[in-house]
Design a protein around this ligand. Structure first.
Ligand SMILES: [Zn+2]
Length: 265
């Protein structure tokens, strides 16, 4: 039998699930191939040398062997365990949320370096930044941008006119901020304060250090969470619909053939 091809990759563990008696399937976000599932054999045994390096939100260096269906993790070394993030439930829940977004929104095995760097940097801030209130918001905004859903924040998403420094509107369906003139009842809208718009712009273009310096009131944090949360749900629904559509296309030829030549028992 030919030896399986082995490759080395940096990756972040997004999640893991049990397989059989002693194994697990881990979902990795690798630095160059994006998301992939791999089998980790024997990791539920107490003596496993791999187990400690495959906890969710671990950034590690992994050696994988190509398998017939799933690749197999053969070696693992933790590069960054983000220990402070694990010790704090608030930070941990935000980190798991970011990992879940990557898991649900990114395709399997696709060119992935910007998303990998974004997730690694985000976990780093959650681990060490004294102020981390806006880390997950900045992550949502930038992840959606990387996936082709960069919201319009300077010009109105409908008419393209430059947004004035005033109260505007947010519409996930339209893809960002709208001017008052375009705030039509036919769209699902939320009011967008000037402070929220300014902060969204800052998060879109500035490094996290600049964002972390902004003092955010509870009301402003809630406004951002509501706008971006709605946009994330909108994109998730769209992606799920398009994945289902692709699946239907794949299945259609088979279904037509079956219909044309009914089997008699
Ligand atoms: Zn407009």
């Amino acid at each position: 039998m030919p030896r399986p091809r082995v490759y080395k990759t940096e990756a972040i563990v997004l999640r893991q699930r049990k397989l059989g008696e002693a194994d697990k399937i881990v979902t990795l976000y690798t630095s160059h191939q994006g998301k992939l599932d791999a089998v980790a054999k024997g990791v539920r045994r107490t003596k496993s040398r791999l187990a400690g390096h495959l906890e969710p939100l671990t950034l590690g260096a992994y050696l994988l062997a190509e398998g017939r269906e799933l690749d197999i993790v053969t070696q693992a070394d933790t590069v960054e365990a983000f220990p402070a993030l694990r010790d704090d439930l608030e930070r941990l829940s935000r980190g798991l949320y970011c990992a879940e977004l990557v898991e649900r929104l990114t395709p399997e095995r696709s060119e992935a370096n910007p998303v990998f760097r974004l997730l690694a940097e985000t976990l780093g801030y959650l681990n060490s930044a004294p102020e981390y209130e806006l880390v997950a918001r900045r992550f949502e905004l930038r992840l959606l941008g990387e996936l082709g859903y960069r919201p319009s924040l300077v010009e109105c998403a409908v008419c393209g006119k430059r947004l004035e420094p005033e109260a505007n509107f947010w519409s996930s369906d339209a893809g960002g901020a709208l001017c008052p003139g375009c705030a039509d009842d036919s769209l699902r809208l939320a009011p967008l304060s000037l402070n929220a718009l300014k902060l969204l712009r800052l998060m879109q273009r500035a490094p996290f250090e600049d964002v972390a310096r902004v003092r955010v009131s509870g009301a402003l944090a809630a406004e951002l969470e509501s706008c971006l949360g709605d946009y994330v749900r909108y994109v998730l629904e769209r992606e799920v619909r398009s994945a289902r559509f692709v699946e239907t296309l794949r299945q259609t030829p088979g279904r037509l053939k079956d219909g044309a030549t009914p089997q008699t028992p």
